[in-house]
Design a protein around this ligand. Sequence first.
Ligand SMILES: [Zn+2]
Length: 185
Amino acid sequence: MVESTAFEKRQARKGLGSSNLPLSAVIGEDGKYKLKFMSQFQLTTELLKISSSQTWDEAKLEWNLIDLEKVSEKESEVCLCGKDPILEICIIQNKINNNIARVGNSCVKKFINKADKIFRSISQVKKNIDKSLNAETIDFAFEKKWINEWEKNFYLNIFRKRNISDKQKEYKTSIAKKILNSIKI
Ligand SMILES: [Zn+2]
C-alpha cells in the first residue's frame, strides 16, 4: 500500500480540482477520506465525459445552473458522484453542447456556489417571510422569468434597507411570494 503524503491528502480534501492527482492520493488509511475523494473523482470523471473541454478546470466553467428541485426521500435520486440519496437536486446545463446533468447540491456547490446560496435563502424565507432573499435568488428568479426587471431592481434596491414604507414592504413580500410559489424547493 502506497502512503499518501500530507500534501496530497490536503489537495484531495480540496476536492474537484484534484482529479489529476497521482493515484497514491486515493489510498488513505482513513476509509472515509478515501470514499470522499473517490466520489469527487467520480463526479469530475462523469461530468468530463459530457463536457467539451478535456480538463476539469476548463470543463467546470461550461456548466450553468438552470433549475433546482427539492424532492422527498421517496423520490430521491443518485448523484453523478454515486451519492445516494440526494434530495437537493441541481439541474445544470453545458453552455457549449447543451448536455444536462442532475447533480446533488453538495457536489454542485464546489463549482457553482450560487445553488447552495439559493437553497439556504429560500429555506430561510420560507420560515420567515420578513427575511430578505439574497441577490443570487433574485437574479435566478429573473433569469427564470418568475419576476420582471422592475421587480428585480426594486427588490435589490430595498432588500438591505432597514426602514422601508408599508407599501414597499408589501411589494417586497409579494415578490418573495411569487418566487416561493414558482421554485421547486
Ligand atoms: Zn454528488
